[in-house]
Design a binder for this molecule. Structure first.
Ligand code: APR
Ligand code: PHB
Length: 396
């Protein structure tokens, strides 16, 4: 039997970052991850960080490569009906974003955690949580065919939407809110120069498109597609021609295409579960909430949860005060619901939902309003860079 202060389930960005911050604060943890390290580092996910996320990664001591290789973005473009408009994030909301892939963050974090032998158990199977309502919870798992047990003070459920942590809570103790969107995103990664220096979000009659990037030589592009589509139906040629068709002519003319390195289809979902704490068990990141990727809030919300929980644990082990831990769920949910609203709104504005021509004309009117009203642009900008807990950061 092993003993630790915090047992962390899942080595996604939430679990690894929490364990890294705890280690630097002198608090012991063990991370149990179902997958191999190679698998986790190879997953292609989003890649856009709010500045508060950048700051926490720096505070965790894993920001050196991120600062060297990340791309600072002061704005982005919204395109529709053959026109486009720049949202000046820096000017309107006083903050920039950083383009740095989630797989790079995972690599940096996994490398930092590898310095402490045994800190992460990769390929831990059949993880099970018990006694999380009692003072000394237990986590059992199988590693290299041996059943193991950890006794701990707290469990951090950082195991994503399909993880075991939320599933361990009796359904009558939580309330789930959900919206499933009737389409998916087909994503392509390719070693071609990005369409533009900044991201371009396009609303088009044929459906939404997003031109993002991972570096100056690597692009990440998406098109809205029917949920029932498979990647086999989307040859590279079909993808590039569909993407080009959804961009204003000005951009379409300069799109550089090339062979795809990765192609996948992801469904879009909004999901929030309340509360985020059950006795000694805390749900963190995707285990507690999912947002559609429009606006790239998923990873940033996970980092924000980690910040609140880490501070609560530091306070607890420093002074035995449970005040911050007791406030964890309410504090995290405040931010989660605002980001859920923003991601839902941005998704609704930019995607084609049906043949409803009235709805499409309303989208065009709202996009035009965004281009003409600094109040409207400001609201988008301050949500995009990430709402702090203090209101009204937007400046004229
Ligand atoms: N036992 C152990 N590990 C598990 C289990 C389990 N039963 N179930 C899931 N996991 C692991 C997954 O393999 C994954 O590595 O938990 C990890 C969860 O990681 P993420 O899904 O990345 O969730 P999170 O760390 O909260 O990160 C949120 O990452 O997934 C994106 O869109 C998401 O950007 C957001 C951010
Ligand atoms: C990405 O680069 O993968 C990305 C960027 C911005 C988004 C969503 C995804 O809104």
């Amino acid at each position: 039997m092993w003993s630790t202060q915090v047992a962390i389930i899942g080595a996604g960005p939430s679990g690894l970052l929490l364990s890294q911050l705890l280690q630097r604060s002198g608090i012991a943890s063990i991370v149990l991850e179902r997958q191999s390290r190679t698998h986790v580092e190879a997953r292609i996910r989003a890649g856009l960080l709010e500045w508060t996320s950048v700051e926490l990664l720096l505070e965790a001591g894993v920001g050196e490569r991120m600062i060297r290789e990340g791309l600072v973005h002061d704005g982005f473009e919204v395109a529709w009906a053959d026109t486009h408009h720049r949202i000046d994030l820096k000017g309107l909301a006083g903050r920039s974003m950083l383009v740095y892939g989630q797989s790079e963050i995972e690599r940096d974090l996994a490398e930092a955690r590898a310095a402490e032998p045994g800190a992460v158990v990769w390929e831990a199977c059949d993880v099970a949580l018990s006694d999380w309502d009692a003072p000394r919870p237990r986590v059992t798992y199988t590693h290299r065919s041996v059943r193991e047990e950890i006794r701990c003070d707290f469990i951090a459920g950082c195991d994503g939407f399909h993880g075991v942590s939320r599933a361990s809570v009796p359904p009558d103790r939580l309330t789930a809110y959900e919206r499933v969107y009737p389409f998916g995103w087909l994503g392509v990664l390719a070693d071609v120069p990005p369409l533009s220096d900044e991201l371009v979000y396009a609303n088009h009659e044929r459906g939404f498109a997003l031109c993002s990037m991972r570096s100056r030589g690597r692009s990440r592009y998406y098109v809205q597609c029917p949920l029932e589509d498979t990647v086999e139906q989307w040859t590279d040629e079909r993808f590039w021609s569909e993407l080009r068709a959804r961009l204003p002519r000005h951009y379409a003319a300069r799109l550089v295409t090339g062979p795809s390195l990765e192609k996948s289809i992801a469904p879009l979902r909004s999901f929030v579960t309340e509360p985020m704490r059950f006795g000694q068990l805390f749900l963190v990141g995707d285990a507690a909430h999912i947002v559609p990727p429009t606006g790239a809030k998923g990873l940033n919300l996970a980092v924000a949860d980690v910040r609140v929980l880490w501070r609560g644990l530091v306070e607890f082990y420093g002074s035995r005060s449970t005040q911050l831990l007791d406030e964890y769920s309410a504090r995290a949910l405040q931010r989660v619901w605002k980001a859920t609203r923003f991601s839902w709104w941005f998704t609704t504005l930019m995607h084609r939902f049906s043949e409803d021509r009235f709805a499409h004309r309303l989208q065009l009117a709202e996009l035009d309003y965004l281009a003409q009203s600094s109040a409207a642009a400001c609201s988008l900008a301050e949500n995009y860079v990430g709402l702090g807990f203090e209101p009204g950061r937007c400046q004229e």
